[in-house]
Design a protein around this ligand. Structure first.
Ligand SMILES: C[S@@+](CC[C@H](N)C(=O)[O-])C[C@H]1O[C@@H](n2cnc3c(N)ncnc32)[C@H](O)[C@@H]1O
Length: 522
């Protein structure tokens, strides 16, 4: 391969540039999720309800950055990526969405331009850290140490040892099988996967040594081709042990404060029976590091805070959580009695759950107000707080930015999409991805809609109920075959199903869209 071929496929640092990455919204990097993760462990966070600065490192085509810019119009967002095609597409999307609080930089982690735009209150890097060389990981530590402002938060997700072994073996197997192949990376990685499958069938010892490898190979067959290329075709895949990562970041002034996976809010959820003695009485970061090894951690969604010394600002969790408004994401008749948090089955305390869910359901009260409510008087505060964390971990409840609106009775009012992230962009997402994520200024994130729900939502923009139904019928009729296929994947079967799907949308989805301010009466 000539140097020119090499340059068309990878950046100087060995990261794939031939094919753009997928366009997905990553809920874990929302400012409210990062702030809640810190608060759930007793740490302070920047105020996500006031103007703030946010940087998305390795933003790809920036669907997440743009969605967040729409959901937090008072925030200032900067997306950074070394791939000029990614940034070009991101800029086009920003323009189409009419977003003026977001800008982009074609830059890598040592580009002084990134530093010049800091410091930031929130910095995120989703899906980047494990796929870059050790020296680039060091550039990353250095950069985030400088651009996260005092008291600011850093979120990034990464594979970690010892659990990443299976993925590392697959990476090196695929890389080895790709070596004698030429042509586009996508063809090469597919051919390598097919060869690996034959090896697996023929009983190659690696598949018995790593017993979960065969299942993983099957899983990969159904993955988006862009995912396969960005997962296996970079020159590097370097998962590290979490304590090493935490030490490097501590040296840069960043200390671990939590996980944005709400089902992983504390050590209690990680161990089946109880937290081992070896983890008791330790400071937060040391306990987290040791736990990561004991549970054979594979992938992490970590939040770090810039502070003078670890733990300096840790105070009671109840005080930190007090200002978050708690909301229920589903209707009360669907509430579960127990939930699996990470690996552990947790049964809700019935009295605490009943009292808290009744107060949280309308999405009007802060956790502080809920804890002070007389209906919780007989419940110890610790029990109430841990039940709230379990409820958020279940994902049936979530913290929101502003009090939720009240669902309106269905009438003849015209409804409009409330965000500048407008219909045209949404329609493109539906066509390309088969689903739609619309920003909500109340959630501080998105409402995710499957195909039919997405189309129905867009059909409501600028129309009353009867007009929207007519428009939706017209749109469903004119769908092309592949688009129809995508809709089928998302529960909408065929035309006679229209009425049932419409009424499900009206009963379940429309009230949520109104509650979360995605659609507003004219
Ligand atoms: C797997 S994609 C993730 C994109 C996006 N964050 C998401 O989650 O959808 C990783 C991104 O990091 C970018 N990247 C990799 N190394 C980088 C570096 N050294 N500097 C800036 N961006 C980098 C790549 O171009 C790519 O867009």
């Amino acid at each position: 391969m000539t140097d020119q071929d090499q340059a068309a496929l990878w950046s100087d640092s060995g990261y794939v540039t031939e094919i753009p990455y997928m366009r997905d919204y990553m809920r874990y990097q929302a400012p409210i999720s990062m702030a809640f993760a810190a608060a759930a462990n007793g740490f302070d966070a920047p105020d996500y309800r006031q103007p703030f600065r946010y940087c998305d490192l390795g933003c790809g085509e920036a669907v997440t950055t743009l969605t967040l810019a729409a959901a937090y119009p008072y925030g200032t967002f900067v997306g950074v990526d070394l791939n000029p095609t990614h940034i070009e597409n991101a800029e086009k999307l920003a323009k189409a969405a009419g977003l003026t609080n977001v800008s982009f930089l074609v830059a890598d982690f040592q580009d002084p331009g990134v530093m010049e735009q800091g410091p930031y209150d929130f910095v995120a890097a989703h899906g980047v850290y494990s796929w870059i060389a050790p020296e680039i990981q060091n550039q990353f530590h250095d950069l985030v140490g400088k651009i996260v402002g005092e008291g600011g938060l850093l979120y990034f997700c990464h594979y970690v040892r010892p659990g990443s072994g299976k993925i590392e073996v697959m990476f090196h197997l695929i890389q080895s099988l790709m070596k004698d192949k030429t042509g586009p990376l996508l063809d090469r990685v597919r051919a390598a996967l097919a060869e690996a499958k034959v090896m697996c069938k023929d009983g190659a010892p690696i598949f018995s040594y790593h017993s979960s490898l065969a299942g993983y190979l099957e899983e990969l067959e159904n993955r988006d081709p862009r995912y396969l290329v960005h997962e296996f075709c970079n020159h590097f895949f370097y998962p590290r042990y979490f304590p090493q990562v935490a030490d490097d970041l501590a040296a840069a002034g960043l200390h671990h404060v939590g996980s944005t996976r709400p089902d992983r809010y504390g050590l209690e959820t990680l161990f089946e029976d109880e937290v081992p003695d070896a983890l008791k009485g330790l400071d937060h970061a040391t306990a987290e590091g040791r736990a990561s090894l004991l549970i054979v951690d594979q992938f992490r969604w970590d939040v770090f805070r810039k502070q003078d010394s670890a733990g300096a600002s840790q105070i009671s969790i109840q005080n930190r959580l007090g200002d978050f408004i708690l909301d229920s994401a589903i209707f009360p008749y669907g509430y579960p009695k127990s939930v699996t948090l990470w690996e552990k089955e947790v049964i809700f305390d019935p009295a605490a759950f009943a009292a808290i869910s009744a107060l949280a359901n309308p999405g009007q009260l802060t956790i502080g107000q809920i804890l002070a409510d007389p209906t919780l008087a007989a419940i110890p505060v610790d029990k109430a707080v841990s039940t709230i964390l379990q409820m958020v971990g279940s994902r049936f409840f979530h913290p929101i930015l502003h009090p939720a609106g009240r669902p309106l009775a269905r009438g003849q009012n015209k409804l409009n999409l409330s965000m500048p992230f407008h219909a045209e962009l949404g329609a493109r997402d539906l066509r390309v991805e088969g689903y739609l994520s619309l920003p909500s200024p109340i959630i501080g994130g998105v409402v995710s809609l499957t195909g039919f729900e997405g189309l129905a939502t867009l059909a409501h923009d600028g129309r009353n109920r009867a007009e929207a139904k007519k428009e939706l019928r017209r749109q469903v009729k004119k769908l092309k075959k592949p688009e129809r296929k995508r809709l089928k994947r998302h529960r909408y079967k065929k035309r006679p199903d229209f009425e049932a799907s419409w009424s499900r949308f009206e009963r379940r989805t429309l009230p949520l869209l109104l509650k979360y301010g995605v659609l507003r009466p004219e």
